[in-house]
Design a binder for this molecule. Sequence first.
Ligand code: MN
Length: 374
Amino acid sequence: MNSFLSNAKRSCGEFLSSFKISQSTILHMVLGNNSCDLDSCVSAIVLAWFRSQMKNGNEVYVPVVNIERKQFRTRTEIAYLLDHLNIDSRNIICIDEANVRELSNVGKGFFHLTLVDHHVLLKSIEYLQTYVKEIIDHRPQLIELPSRIKCNISLVGSCSTLVAEEMLKNKAFSVPSVVETLLLATILIDTSNLSVDVGKSTPRDEAVVKQLSGKRTKDELNLLFRSVADAKFSVSGLTTEEIILKDPKWIENSLETIMMSTLHLDVREFFAREDSIDVIRNYCATHNLLAWVALAPVINQFKPIALYCEDDEVREKIIEKLIVSDLLLVKTSDEDHARSDVKFLRMYNCKNTRKQVLPLINEVLQQRSSNLSA
Ligand SMILES: [Mn+2]
């Protein structure tokens, strides 16, 4: 796997220079989604690797993860799994290392794009749309796709299940242990260890796990799941900026952006870091954010919400919006921060995640947007 990845990385760099001379190679890029979760990363790597094993002719398969190199370290579960399998993470190609802008100029016959774990391109790389040849995804289809694109969109627990199915269909192909482990870990993470209660797993995920497991015992699979899950929530060794960027979501209106992070450490511990306020303030200023909101792990029956916003009116609007919600059961916190632009809230309905909080903050933002344009 290491040599496949380092060759792919080298060919990706050399393709453009050699292209001018020969024009005889087709570069197939397999691109994961921009949340760059384990599924998206492993689907890209394994699909590109498998297709390169099956190729005939002058083709290069290059997996690309849709995250910048400097943020790749924050995906701690990916770092852990690669390390565990002795795969050198420096050989992974991040989006800012892939020359996508230049590749989009080589012409349709020579550059093919396969999207895994998503089927809508980000605005920033929308110009690649005409190169999309194939899509493998496991989420509900949001847009009509041109018939020229070969699609495998099926609602299963993990995109890696679909990648594994393609490989396992080929009965003569023997799957190396490293590839088995990559896929197994990912499918187990995506389905919470095939949990019936969580309800993300489907019979197809189960069938693939069974086929890939081979001689592995149930205990070994549980251990693999636990260790990767633990790594996912670990922040050890990360800087404060890396912590807020570990799991971010952005909400936008036409002019303004709010970032919402999920903190994977105790909110008190996070704010006890000496640089926490400076990092948040700097990040908001340099990225032109209207506010930063964070959801932290449960303390005594509530989930803390932290809010940083310099605009008094916006800050109060967000707090009010969250407090009036019957679903969230949010109350103001007893603890005050020394700074008035930092506020703490407590969400007592701990079943809620960012999924329930985001739409309310989005309402505040969209309301402002209509006021701004009125
Ligand atoms: Mn996925």
